[in-house]
Structure formats: structure tokens, C-alpha cells
Design a binder for this molecule. Structure first.
Ligand code: UDP
Ligand code: MG
Length: 321
């Protein structure tokens, strides 16, 4: 029997954590009773620098039952880094990451374990229905996945970070040392046999979304610039198009001058291209700057997360798959 570790990133989740812990523990105990997972499987809450009582709750959960463990990051590093911190530090033969807010169906974990048993190294949790999300969230998420696919990024639609990974898939992920990690875009590139388990996304039972528009935009921008150089190619294309148009315009001006008498040197024909080109250049510089900034951050090789406290044992033995 294989051990399962469940990684739960938490940022200011005091309102929902007790419920989440209860639901997850129930699901785990059921799987243990059914002999689907080993009895030494654990749930690891990764506290992403919360400033509410999340860590105190995690501590008391750890005292109340051995199944609950905790990893406290030294400060808030964002959802992606919190997930990564969990994936890269917990033991276990299978590792499931799931949000703390119970929007992902904890009962889908059993189906994921089943898929792993038949040989899948990565099992994606895919939302079959998200009518509980706000219209804004649905529209922006839809647009994001569309744009990503258009930009050539291999991303699974309606899949966030609810997934099962085998030990060797996690090892492959650990080989990626980039600092700005967009976990969701990277995992499909690992290869291995994969499959999907669909579930209905529930409303958040308590607490507020920790993904305001600002964080959503940052995640989307990071996703695009981490995986696609198409925006840079687009600049080249734009430059080429604008150049062609200006050559045509020059010919047109020459023709007017040669064949008609109303060739008045116009204000518009001087000023408009100036603004147009200025705009194109600024936009291009902005896009290049975005990538340059990324290179700048990557070359520093800063740690992606710093662990402050650990509750439980992170060095339990694991088999290699
Ligand atoms: N989260 C985190 N760090 C952050 C923001 C969010 O660890 O800086 C966690 C949060 O606690 C939750 C998960 O990421 O477990 C997803 O966040 P949320 O449910 O608020 O996002 P939404 O479902 O609204 O997209
Ligand atoms: Mg959520």
C-alpha cells in the first residue's frame, strides 16, 4: 500500500480550516479503511505567511490528531510557491495538492488514487461545472485558458492546482529550478502517463477568495511570460506590418505628388505616423521589458520559499514510485 500526502496551501484561511481538516481527514480515514492508502498517510497544511489564526489552528489540529501536519512559510510567497513548497518537501508515494477552501471535491481524491493505481503518474482534477463561481471569475478564467492555448502553452482547461502526482513526477518537477514557477503550465510538460478526474466545483463555505484581481492578473502574466515567447514574435510581426504600411504610404504620397496637383504637405500625415510608431515602440519595449525583468529575477536564483516551522515528520521513507 502506498502512502498519500495531501498538500493544502493556506493563506488566512482560519474561517474554513476546521471544516477542511474535518472533511479531508474523513476522506483519508475512509481510504485507509478501504486499504487504498497506507495508514501512515498525512495531511500537510502549508501556511503561506497568514496573519490570522491559521497557524494556531494548524498547531492545534496537529496536537489533536497525528494525521495533521504543518509547514509554515516565513512570509507570504503566493499560492504557486506555497503549493511548490508542499510538493517538494513532504514525503509520500503519492502527493495530492488541494486548495484549503473546499471548492475542490475531497472525494475526488479517491478516484485520483484509483487512476494512480492503474499506472498514471499525474492525475488532474478538472472542474466539470463552475456555476458556483462568479460570472466575472468564469469569464476571466475562460479567457485566460483560451489565451494561454492560443499562445501555444499546453495547459489543461478548468484545472487549477488540484492534482495527484507520483513521487517520480514530483522528482521531475524538482529538477526545474526557475524562480517564477507557474506550476500549472509546467506539469503537462513533465510527460508521464496522465489522466483526469472531473468534479463539480463547490462554492467557498467560509472566508473570502484570496485571489483578488491583482493576484489573478499577476498569475496570468507570469503564466504567459514563463511559457510563451509569442508576444515577442508578435512585436516583430507588428514592426514588419507597420514598416510595410509606411512604405506603401510613401509610394502613395509620391503618386499624389507626381500625378495630381493637390499635394499639400498635411499635418495629419506627419503627426499620425509619429504617434502610431511611438505607440508601437512603447508597447514593444514594455513586452521586452517584461521578459528582461524575468531574466533579471531568474539570474538571482533566490529561494522560492523559506520554511519557518514544521509540525510532523518530513523525512518518512518513501518508495521510488
Ligand atoms: N493561497 C495561498 N497564498 C496566497 C493566496 C492564496 O496559499 O497568496 C491559497 C488559499 O489559501 C487557497 C488557495 O490558495 O487554499 C486558492 O485560493 P482561493 O480559494 O482564495 O482562490 P480562488 O478559488 O478564489 O481562485
Ligand atoms: Mg478557491
Amino acid at each position: 500500500m502506498k502512502t498519500l500526502s495531501v498538500v493544502v496551501p493556506c493563506f488566512n484561511e482560519e474561517d474554513v480550516l476546521p471544516q477542511t481538516a474535518k472533511k479531508l481527514a474523513e476522506a483519508m480515514h475512509k481510504m485507509m479503511a478501504d486499504k487504498l492508502i497506507a495508514p501512515d498517510s498525512h495531511i500537510y497544511f502549508v501556511d503561506d505567511g497568514s496573519y490570522d489564526n491559521s497557524w494556531q489552528i494548524i498547531e492545534s489540529l496537529h496536537q489533536s490528531a497525528e494525521i495533521f501536519c504543518g509547514i509554515k512559510l516565513s512570509c507570504n510567497r503566493g499560492h504557486q510557491n506555497a503549493v511548490l513548497a508542499g510538493l517538494l518537501t513532504v514525503p509520500g508515494d503519492m502527493i495530492v495538492s488541494i486548495d484549503a477552501d473546499l471548492q475542490d471535491d475531497v472525494n475526488a481524491i479517491e478516484a485520483m488514487v484509483g487512476q494512480h493505481e492503474v499506472g498514471c503518474d499525474i492525475v488532474y482534477g478538472v472542474r466539470s461545472d463552475r456555476h458556483h463561481d462568479t460570472l466575472f471569475k468564469r469569464l476571466t478564467a475562460h479567457a485566460f485558458y483560451k489565451i494561454m492555448r492560443w499562445l501555444g502553452v499546453d495547459i489543461i482547461s478548468s484545472h487549477a492546482d488540484f492534482r495527484l502526482m507520483s513521487r517520480r513526477a514530483v522528482k521531475a518537477l524538482a529538477e526545474h529550478s526557475e524562480v517564477n514557477l507557474f506550476v500549472r503550465g509546467l506539469i503537462p510538460q513533465l510527460g508521464f502517463k496522465t489522466s483526469c478526474v472531473s468534479y463539480i466545483r463547490a462554492p467557498r463555505p467560509a472566508g473570502q477568495s484570496k485571489y483578488p484581481l491583482r493576484k489573478m492578473l499577476a498569475l496570468a502574466l507570469n503564466g504567459v511570460t514563463s511559457f510563451s515567447i509569442r508576444p515577442l514574435r508578435f512585436i516583430t510581426l507588428m514592426g514588419f506590418t507597420v514598416s510595410c504600411v509606411s512604405v506603401l504610404l510613401a509610394f502613395w504620397g509620391l503618386a499624389i505628388k507626381l500625378f495630381t496637383n493637390d499635394a499639400l504637405p498635411g499635418w495629419a500625415s506627419t503627426v499620425t505616423p509619429m504617434y502610431l510608431l511611438g505607440g508601437v515602440q512603447l508597447l514593444s519595449l514594455g513586452i521586452i521589458g517584461e521578459y528582461l525583468g524575468k531574466i533579471y529575477l531568474e539570474t538571482k536564483h533566490r529561494p522560492r520559499f523559506i520554511i519557518e516551522h514544521v509540525l510532523g515528520d518530513l523525512n518518512a521513507s518513501t518508495d521510488e514510485r
